[in-house]
Write a protein that binds this ligand. Structure first.
Ligand code: HEM
Length: 150
């Protein structure tokens, strides 16, 4: 992973707070406009890089075991919906909060960073501009405290 997303992530973690605007389950802050959604290439591109991201995690022995027995099709769909909403897109996320989704998993900080690494690489392969990647990663960093439990 190159250094800028790591910096963006660290900054977002340091500053994590709920900005004004709407929330989705888990108190996800969502932007007031869909600029980030558009920059990500819209829902088709989000679904494409999410599928690729998920497949690449399954090939990584550091985190693949977390996904054993998980309904892959369902989770890919739910993840893409989530990214879409967080980016200000016109999607509906019907899943549970980040806290409830991950409470039983015992996720460590290193696992979270590994997932972020895979997401960044998948966005690279989908030709998402670097600054746009950073914006999504910074928004997702907000959930660190709900997801990392050990
Ligand atoms: C920014 C980080 C993350 C985001 C935005 C995220 C998002 C999500 C979403 C949207 C769901 C589906 C919940 C539902 O449909 O009700 C989910 C479930 C899940 N996530 Fe994450 N996640 C993140 C980090 C992680 C990490 C670091 C791991 C493990 C390495 C992980 C493993 C899982 C697993 C295994 C499930 C399925 C749980 C189950 O069905 O029992 N997630 N996540």
């Amino acid at each position: 992973m190159n250094s800028l997303p790591a910096v963006a992530l660290a900054l977002a973690l340091a500053q994590a707070q709920t900005p004004p605007g709407s929330v989705v389950p888990g108190a996800a802050p969502i932007p007031a406009d869909d600029k980030l959604y558009q920059a990500l290439g819209g829902l088709d591109n989000i679904r494409a890089f999410t599928d690729d991201f998920y497949d690449s995690m399954l090939k990584d022995p550091r985190i693949a075991p977390f996904f054993d027995g998980i309904n892959q099709k369902f989770l890919k769909h739910s993840l893409a919906d989530y990214f879409c909403v967080v980016a200000g897109g016109p999607c509906v996320y019907e899943g549970v909060s980040m806290k409830d989704a991950h409470a039983h998993l015992g996720i460590a900080k290193g696992d979270f960073n590994t997932l972020v690494e895979h997401l960044q690489r998948a966005m690279d392969r989908a030709h998402v501009p670097f600054a746009t990647q950073n914006q999504l990663l910074a928004r997702l960093a907000f959930f660190h405290r709900d997801i990392v439990t050990r």
